[in-house]
Design a protein around this ligand. Structure first.
Ligand code: ZN
Length: 96
């Protein structure tokens, strides 16, 4: 037999996300906080959302670094090409 206390309602994903971002109104934030204390389901979902957000942020940062590296590489290639090539070739070096 499963003994389970049902809270009145659970936090929505939007509420949890806003709570993580600190964007909830103080009253709502207090409600979410006290609900999280008693509800393992929402805690688990919060962790899940938190993990997904971290993953997205990490991916964004990584992508940005890759793009910066690619831009820096392209610039280096271009400068080297300018220095060592007297006349521009018909098809400039493609970075793709
Ligand atoms: Zn809940």
């Amino acid at each position: 037999m499963k003994l389970r206390i049902e809270p009145r309602r659970h936090c929505s994903d939007e509420q949890l996300l806003a709570w993580l971002d600190g964007e909830l109104q103080p009253t709502a934030a207090r409600w979410v906080q006290s609900h999280l204390k008693i509800c393992w389901e929402c805690r688990a979902r919060l962790q899940d959302i938190d993990g997904q957000v971290s993953l997205v942020v990490e991916t964004l940062i990584e992508t940005r670094h890759l793009e910066m590296d690619r831009a820096a590489r392209a610039k280096a290639v271009f400068l080297a090409w300018r220095r060592y090539t007297p006349a521009p070739p018909r098809n400039p070096v493609s970075t793709e």
